[in-house]
Design a protein around this ligand. Sequence first.
Ligand code: GLN
Length: 348
Amino acid sequence: MPDALSAEHCDDLPAPPLSGSRIGEADPRGAAMPAADTESAVSEPPSLSLPHRGGGESPPQPSRSIRHAFVEAVAALRKAGAETPELDARLLVCHAAGLTHEAFVARAGEGLPPEAAARLRASLARRAGGEPVSRITGTREFYGRSFAVDERVLDPRPDTEMLIEAALDLIDRGAGRKAPLRIVDLGTGSGCILITLLAELPNARGLGTDISADALRAAEANAARLGVAERASFAHSDWLEAVSGQFDLIVCNPPYIASGEIDGLAPEVARHDPRLALDGGEDGLDAYRQIARDAAKVLAPGGRILLEIGATQAEAVTGLLGESGLHAGKIGVRRDLAGRPRVLVAGA
Ligand code: GLN
């Protein structure tokens, strides 16, 4: 589908306002509750005008308001050293009370029911113990959609949304978006890259691969959750080993942390993301070596490969892509707001 991909968008694409990085990431943001779980979970606050029956019984205590619970949660998380206490507190209060963000704002003055307060206490204790918000809520928002996440998969990162932007920018906004593009997402994890692209490109079809059978099951469930299962397939593969056929887009956010650096990462990452999803071997480049070696054989003429990279890896990975023959056009670099290279784009 070469016509759908325009080469001139390949160079130094403008960076959207995204931040955060896998290395040292301490911003384990979660996601909104699905809309279906909302509305009914917060009951009306107990009425203060209930008749008081006397006889030593204390009058019913009004529960703390949602706002009050939020303020206390922020203080507790700040004390525990969370980097984004307001965001974490909002996500955990919404989760505990079954509220959307909109309902959280609109109903902040209402009482927090005791069961929700108990759930919130338990969540705050887990968060204070270093567990990422998304592991507690079981969901993570990525490119505006709510993915189910758990210990089987890498917690999707805002950085990776830049790869989505870069891929979509390659595709002509008119006909290209409707083209029957073929996409392969290597190391699909939660499926966030493949599923997002399929959701944005209504006629695209895609294959997600992973070496972890557990991750493949998680990705499959997310494809169904987000309505793209009919256009997605999943296969067990060590990078491109079991992949055949031709693809217009190869996308991948491989493990790129040097093995020796993993233990020094934020505990949210080092203890809660699967090691397989982080560990890029001795110099962090193992996955890129294998992918660069094999990509040309599955890239359709005019197709593109997009790789997320660690902030210091642009030169090394550009070199690997160059050696592999994936350099017919210039190899494009997409940088984040801080100027760090985050995504490389190359073509056959
Ligand atoms: N593709 C998934 C993501 O970007 C998983 C990546 C990985 O496990 N390294 O979140």
